[in-house]
Ligand binder design. Structure first.
Ligand code: 5GP
Ligand code: MN
Length: 344
């Protein structure tokens, strides 16, 4: 509580504030950034939100979206660098390691500004002056809400802020279905709805905004790119660059695809391998006792949460999948130890 008091003091006079979040921001990353930004602006601060990359178009309804700078865009870089250079405070939201923000990571490490890390991922790197962190939280948006309330500013949370925060909690709990859907999650979203968040409108903006191409892509992936290893309780998708091109894939189009693999009866571990410019991007999902974050960290230079993690591979798609299959086989006892499945 003492730490919160000194953090509150930091915010008691107008500051220049730089907010950033992880690459390819999802609703929790962008929702926590813009929810916090809108609150800090109301408190009289000058705020710049910078994302390391672009993000899906189904998030652009959030208030403040038009002012977000994308550091991967040459025409935004100068302004973003200036904001970072001039910042009194830097907020790092929804990530626990500076390598998750690409080139911005080292720039943040070098900065003398008061740095704040608000996050719910495991094993945080020690780079912040103030860390508000809990792996018990379902979403960074839940922590932002809690922190604003602790500071005594609940009255400053308006409909726009509530909607940003609601979006992050809704998606990081998989629409209130994952094991992280706690009583506190429901208490917080109840408050956000009372403040004015329109729950069904937000679900509609995020989940029901498919393009025809995306829906056809999902159909194609399920019928042609899904591999099921029943004996290993594992299923995965492999998506090549060519597949992405064929369906004119845009940022966010593969999001959620991995969940179809996990939705299969008997499947406890699901993965999505997609071939990108800079290597193979991997998403892992699992059912309750299977810790995919450890698996991702041990073998695929990644991490995340117990049931939702990610990683990368520099091998080609075929080699990556061969390696993945043998790693699951080799590690099956440890992976599925807590599950009521038969491990032969
Ligand atoms: P997604 O599969 O949706 O990209 O990511 C799932 C979860 O894993 C998210 O919480 C995300 O922050 C985390 N994650 C994804 N990729 C990486 C990675 O390369 N490194 C780490 N440490 N976490 C990741
Ligand atoms: Mn999150």
């Amino acid at each position: 509580m003492e730490a919160v008091a000194s953090f509150k003091k930091e915010l008691s006079s107008p500051k220049k504030i730089f907010i950033t979040t992880h690459v390819k921001p999802d609703a929790d990353a962008l929702g926590s950034s813009l929810g916090l930004a809108n609150y800090l602006i109301k408190k009289g601060h000058e705020v710049t939100v910078v994302t390391p990359t672009d993000y899906p178009s189904f998030l652009t309804w959030m208030k403040g979206n038009d002012s977000v700078l994308d550091f991967s865009r040459e025409d935004h870089q100068k302004k973003a660098t200036q904001a970072l250079d001039e910042a009194d405070m830097i907020f790092c939201l929804d990530f626990s390691s500076l390598k998750r923000v690409n080139d911005l990571g080292e720039m943040i490490r070098q900065s003398d500004a008061y740095t704040v890390n608000i996050d719910h991922h495991q094993d945080p790197e020690d780079f912040a002056d103030f860390r508000y962190w809990s792996t018990q939280a379902a979403a960074t948006c839940e922590l932002i809400y809690e922190l604003i309330v602790k500071i005594g500013d609940k009255n400053l949370i308006d409909k726009d802020i509530a909607e940003c925060l609601y979006a992050g909690i809704m998606t990081d709990t998989g629409g209130f279905r994952h094991p992280n859907t706690t009583k506190n999650v429901h208490l917080v979203v109840a408050e956000l709805i009372e403040i004015g968040a329109n729950a069904s409108q937000i679900a509609n903006w995020i989940y029901d905004s498919n393009s025809v191409n995306r829906l056809k892509f999902i159909g194609f992936a399920i019928s042609r790119r899904l591999v099921v290893l029943e004996d290993l309780h594992t299923a995965y998708f492999t998506i090549s660059k060519k597949d992405l091109k064929k369906y004119q894939s845009r940022t966010g189009d593969t999001e959620g695809l991995v969940n179809y693999a996990l939705s299969l009866d008997g499947i406890k571990l699901a993965a999505l391998f997609s071939e990108r410019e800079d290597g193979i991007k991997i998403s892992f999902r699992s059912s309750s006792d299977v810790a995919v974050n450890k698996f991702a960290a041990s073998y695929f230079n990644g991490g995340g949460h117990k049931n939702a993690a990610g990683g990368k591979s520099d091998q080609n798609l075929k080699e990556t999948i061969e390696r993945f299959e043998s790693l699951v086989e080799e590690n099956q006892e440890e992976l599925f130890a807590g599950e009521s499945v038969s491990v032969e």
